[in-house]
Design a protein around this ligand. Structure first.
Ligand code: AMP
Length: 139
């Protein structure tokens, strides 16, 4: 993908703060970190969405995320916990059209968080079952 900023990072055409790479993934610091150490793990092959990803790239991405999370906890940065975030699709907040896993160092008082409507209506039992059946039949 010639126009993809993350493909350009992998190719070395755009600078990045590299943390780790192997044959399938490249890991680097996010340029606009939620907290210091905020990292991104990307497959070395271009896939726009998670569902497009070949399994031989998906598994190494999550494993590299695990490695980075472990490193964040050991590094000389504030890190009492870690959030993984993967925005899949624009509605979910995906801005860069190359699958990427955010690995975010968390510490008490960092001001980060996951937002949802506290007044949301939960599904009733029938709807709950319909949802579960509909998802499970598509796995
Ligand atoms: P998302 O909103 O999930 O698509 O996240 C895209 C992320 O890529 C954002 O957190 C950006 O800060 C990050 N980003 C964009 N361009 C660069 C870059 N050149 N180097 C490092 N991170 C980048």
């Amino acid at each position: 993908m010639t126009d993809c900023i993350f493909c350009k990072i992998i190719a070395g055409e755009i600078p990045s703060s590299k943390l780790y790479e192997d044959s399938h993934v490249y890991c680097f610091l996010d340029i606009n970190p939620v907290t210091p150490g905020h990292s991104l793990v990307i497959p070395k092959k271009h896939f726009e969405f998670l569902a497009d990803m070949a399994p031989e790239y998906a598994a190494p991405m999550w494993e590299a995320g695990r490695k980075i999370a472990s490193a964040l906890r050991k590094a000389d940065i504030k890190c009492d916990g870690v959030n993984f975030l993967l925005a899949d699709g624009a509605t979910a907040g995906q801005e860069v059209g190359h699958v990427h896993l955010h690995v975010i160092a968390r510490y008490r008082g960092d001001g980060a968080g996951y937002k949802f409507d506290p007044n949301r209506k939960l599904p009733d039992d029938d709807e709950w079952k319909r949802i579960a059946d509909s998802i499970s039949s598509n796995v």
